[in-house]
Design a protein around this ligand. Sequence first.
Ligand SMILES: [Zn+2]
Length: 125
Amino acid sequence: MERAYQLVPDILRSLIPKDKIGVYVLGNIGLSRFYPIYIGRSDTCLLTRLLTHNYRDKATHVTWRFTSSIKQAFHQECCLYHTYEEQNFLNGVHPASPKESGLICPVCSYIQVDIQSLKERTKQN
Ligand SMILES: [Zn+2]
């Protein structure tokens, strides 16, 4: 992710064009470090999502990345989620795949393939 900006409506409006899709991380700055508290995405408008976010009072900063497709947004959100899942952030559950997309998380499916190949290997021995 790029640098974090203050989670202030005027700043967001000046930096994020309407109807752009992408992923974001809400967080707080402490000891010159960014501490993520929530990872998310918007498949329609990142700006609207951030301006109306339920946790906008819990985070002071936000960082984001625009994506060229909903699929890319979902995959990046999943990767961020798994990167930070050990920290106690506010995402209660794994990111949901876009409606009727049938997309699956690349990290979870990789783990599944890994478990499956392990099982097959132990069967052979
Ligand atoms: Zn996953």
